[in-house]
Design a protein around this ligand. Structure first.
Ligand SMILES: [Zn+2]
Length: 254
């Protein structure tokens, strides 16, 4: 599941009035540039020639959702009292184990480190139910209330306090506490794939980023990593500074 939230008003205000004016948008955001490929992905070679699903990846307003500062900092919810023997605390521990395992699986391909402060994290993994997005059906005049989702990933953008500011993104992943341990593992594996930049779905059920849940969830596949590598070879506006002209323009307007 994927969702999009743009929190930074600057970016929203830049994008919305300019949707018809691509040239202005070009000038208002960092220029699209490639980052060096992380060594773990440089080493990756598709020896099986199984291809990828790169064409299914959608672009964010800032380009491909690529991390450029490594290791990527991940925060996950953990129980506060380790000595609490209650069943609910045990379930929380199992959630942590499964999430940690999924992080470990992706760590093979991109450097990831756990941080204890969510404010310092690039990716925050919360133990909570994703919100229901209710929609109105104009034909039936009824509200569509979808089934509860098990997991969701969304992103938002912000600018750093550097001079000039860098455009960065942050990912928030929600993994339901109601899932079985094996479902927590497969859901986190899938959502972390989104969080690391695979913003789209595979149409093959042997890939971790397959669009639907399957009976026997696959591990991270060769096609998943082929796709990940191709994404990281693309240019992005993320991790690059805002153009000088915009920075000084912002200041003089205040
Ligand atoms: Zn998904």
């Amino acid at each position: 599941m994927v969702g999009v939230v743009l929190i930074v008003w600057v970016l929203v205000s830049l994008i919305q009035p300019l949707s018809a004016l691509d040239n202005d948008l070009e000038k208002s955001l960092p220029t699209l540039q490639q980052h060096p490929l992380p060594p773990t992905l440089v080493q990756w070679q598709d020896s099986e020639g199984v291809g990828d699903y790169f064409e299914k990846i959608t672009l964010s307003p800032a380009g491909y959702l690529i991390w450029s500062k490594f290791p990527i900092k991940v925060y996950l919810d953990r129980p506060t009292n380790l000595n609490d023997p209650s069943a609910s605390n045990r379930r929380f521990q199992q959630w942590v184990e499964a999430v940690t395992q999924a992080i470990g699986e992706w760590q093979v391909y991109l450097p990831i480190v756990e941080v204890k402060d969510p404010k310092l994290a690039d990716i925050v993994i919360e133990r909570s139910d994703p919100p229901l997005d209710t929609s109105f059906d104009p034909e039936t005049g009824q509200l569509n209330i979808p089934r509860a989702r098990a997991a969701q990933t969304r992103y938002d953008f912000y600018f750093t306090e550097d001079k000039p500011p860098l455009l960065l993104h942050r990912m928030t992943i929600k993994i339901s506490p109601r899932l079985s341990q094996s479902s927590i593992l497969s859901a986190t594996r899938h959502e972390l794939g989104h969080g690391l930049g695979i913003w789209g779905h595979s149409d093959q059920e042997t890939d971790a980023l397959y669009f639907s849940q399957v009976r026997n969830p696959p591990g991270i596949s060769v096609r998943d990593i082929n796709t990940l590598k191709k994404i990281y070879e693309q240019p992005t506006r993320l991790g690059w500074p805002l153009p000088e002209a915009i920075v000084s323009g912002e200041l003089s307007r205040r």
